[in-house]
Design a protein around this ligand. Sequence first.
Ligand code: NAD
Length: 486
Amino acid sequence: MDDMSDRQTPKPMFIGGQWTLAQDGDAIPVVSPADGRVFASVSRGKAHEVDQAVKAAQRALEGAWGRLDGVERGRVMLRIAEKVLQNAEELAQLEARDTGKPISTARNDLAVLARYFEFYGGAADKVHGQVVPFQNGYTVTVLREPHGVTAHIIPWNYPAQMLGRTLAPSLAMGNATVLKPAEDTSLSALKFAELATEAGLPEGALNIVTGLGEEAGAALASHPGINFLTFTGSNEVGTLVQQAAARNAVKCVLELGGKSPQIVFADADLDRALPIIVRAIIQNAGQTCTAGSRLLVERKIYDDFVGRVATRFRDVRVGTPEMDLDCGPVMNPAQLQRVTRYVENAKAQGIVLLAEGQIAPGVPEGGYYVRPALFGPVPRANALAQEEVFGPVLAALPFEDEADAIALANGTDYGLLAAVWTESGGRQQRVSKAVRCGQVFINCYGAGGGVELPFGGVKRSGHGREKGFLALEEMSSTKTLVQFHG
Ligand code: NAD
């Protein structure tokens, strides 16, 4: 049930351990993608609140947080993971309502959030420096130190997972953080801050400024007090934040879009591949940077295999979070328009719509529901084969042989993930090495999964790495000590 007071009083931000409304009282309505109705509001922080948050983070580095060693930081983080697990159902319900995703997907997202804090909590005291052999009479040690204040700007597609992915390695290395969640989806981050406080995270180690991208986001990216920035989102905004960070010589990690290919050879285990390939584009209504949005199939099995994918697509069901079907609505009206535009343009260009999924009867009016769509064969230069739709739209394309498959796979501006489906061990290696991207899955696919696995893009998919131990390197810098002792 909607609670009027909940809708009228904006949720405060979390700055320097205090719950704070925007100085000017401004708020942003929170809309449910499932029915298009406002059910809450969050504070609309701006440059002033960002400045407060950065200063609070700087103070935390000088204070209780900065004094903790790796063992203690790890313990706090493990307690946070425990808190998330204890409150997982409440968090998942909140996340499902905020994003429209099926409740079981939201439950999984929360399990992944806890896992980030377990993984990096366990790693906090295990990042070693180095001793470098140098001239006689010297000892050289290389220390790993935190950057200082790290800024984190995240998108709305996996709010809780993104929060874990970006904050956990930073906190493990001893940075103090300022997070700007997406304006559509700030609720799980605010609840998380409450739990982190209960778990004993010292004040100022985590600050959350909710607000619009062009206000709070832009102010954070350009703030001279930040020492490092991670951004996950669109290419357009990624370019802006990188420019802003560059003005202060601040290093940044950018996780941007993708157009990831599923490369299916005739000798593949097609029964295994089929459900995984469909899921890789349907998951989260296709709003996954790592969605497998291009289906590249060897020509001799193209008609047969794509026909099987089409049959499965027709069974895909879209519904509310509570219906818990294959996927939910897309995030907002802009997303709905975007996906619809791609589908309508493709149809108008005469590209064959091979199959569509179904919207379940009984979904509320006003929700942002789209029918998942499979098109093929899509011409190689067409927008559907080149651009990120960020919706449940799969483009099928035939290829002739291994060399053609590689050329096709590499034939977009993006380079995030790829999957290679073949039983030939040699081909698995050759194709994996030839495809330009950050992760290759062989006879499997893990859109978004695996906190242990270094992740990130090449080309226009971004730069820098998150997840795994590499994220700890990104979230720290080295200091070389050269000691003369004779
Ligand atoms: P977006 O770029 O519009 O927004 C992302 C974040 O940036 C939000 O928090 C937003 O408020 C903020 N922002 C917007 N304008 C800003 C500005 N001028 N300055 C600073 N911050 C600003 O992206 P989106 O629509 O939320 O997400 C969709 C995109 O994100 C897709 O392209 C998708 O592929 C990408 N994405 C990538 C990954 C990855 O890991 N590679 C993961 C998820 C999403």
